[in-house]
Design a protein around this ligand. Structure first.
Ligand code: FAD
Length: 227
């Protein structure tokens, strides 16, 4: 349970539905000035007015971009789940006040490797875009975004589609693994793999990197995005 002291707030300055299942939010907050931002941070948002309902549930959303001059962050919220967070985002309007815990994170951009695997589903796409934009330009990236439907894939904030996408419907984690093992190039040097998104796929891919490719688990930044 948080104390009041830990809770920050911001104003929803823009909200757009960018495709059938994704809302793009821009949140402005002077509280962001206190943050020592590292790409890969997430925002744990209260699903409503914390001042009236302090026991409200929270949901974690990745910071898609942080613009420090005007203290504005972007997030992309998916509605595939039809759960509480998905229902909450549909109620929001411009100028609403959003309550959240101080941003932080574990799946941070780490520029220390020679090459990267960026693997995830549509829910983790904004997170992977932010990591990708914050790697040095010369780093080699193998990307694999799996989706149920082509129209669910949304571009990065500059309109670009820097990742390779694969439509896998129904989603079978073993199929994702097989496709990756066929497509992945042989790259020399040290790698880091970000493996995010659908829980069963994350587990299968984590085991693949650890047991079949013999990767050191310190190089695996793996996280199921829901339960
Ligand atoms: C580090 C981290 C970063 C995250 N970043 C983002 C983000 O940027 N954007 C975002 O939308 N979410 C993100 N999430 C997931 C988010 O926190 C919620 O768990 C998710 O959106 C579902 O919440 P909900 O309340 O809508 O559904 P819930 O009520 O939690 O779940 C309802 C049902 O839907 C299923 N479900 C949940 N999510 C999905 C999904 N995406 N696709 C299909 N089925 C699902 C659940 O298994 C459950 O059965 C992140 C999670 C983590 C751990």
């Amino acid at each position: 349970m948080q104390t009041n002291y830990d809770i920050q707030k911001g104003q929803l300055i823009d909200i757009k539905q960018i495709n059938k299942h994704i809302f793009h939010l821009k949140i402005q907050s002077s509280d962001f000035e206190k943050m020592e931002y590292i790409p890969g941070f997430t925002l744990n948002i209260f699903l409503g007015d914390y001042t009236i309902f302090p026991d409200l549930e929270t949901r974690k959303y990745s910071i898609w971009n942080y613009e420090p001059i005007h203290q504005i962050i972007d997030v992309a919220i998916c509605t595939f789940s039809k759960g509480k967070g998905a229902n909450w985002v549909r109620t929001l309007k411009n100028d609403d006040i959003i309550y959240f815990e101080p941003p932080k994170g574990k799946l941070l951009a780490d520029d220390s490797a020679d090459y990267y695997y960026l693997i995830g589903d549509v829910t983790s796409l904004s997170h992977l875009y932010e990591i990708n934009r914050n790697l040095s330009l010369h780093k080699k990236v193998f990307s694999f975004i799996y989706a149920y439907n082509q129209r669910d894939i949304f571009p990065d904030l500059d309109g670009s589609f820097p990742f390779d996408h694969y439509i896998i419907n129904p989603l079978v984690p073993e199929v994702v693994k097989q496709k990756i093992s066929v497509l992945e190039p042989q790259i020399d040097g040290n790698g880091i793999a970000y493996i995010l998104g659908e829980p069963k796929t994350v587990v299968v891919l984590y085991d693949y990197f650890k047991n079949e490719k013999n990767w050191d688990t310190k190089k695996l930044k793996a996280k199921p995005f829901w339960k």
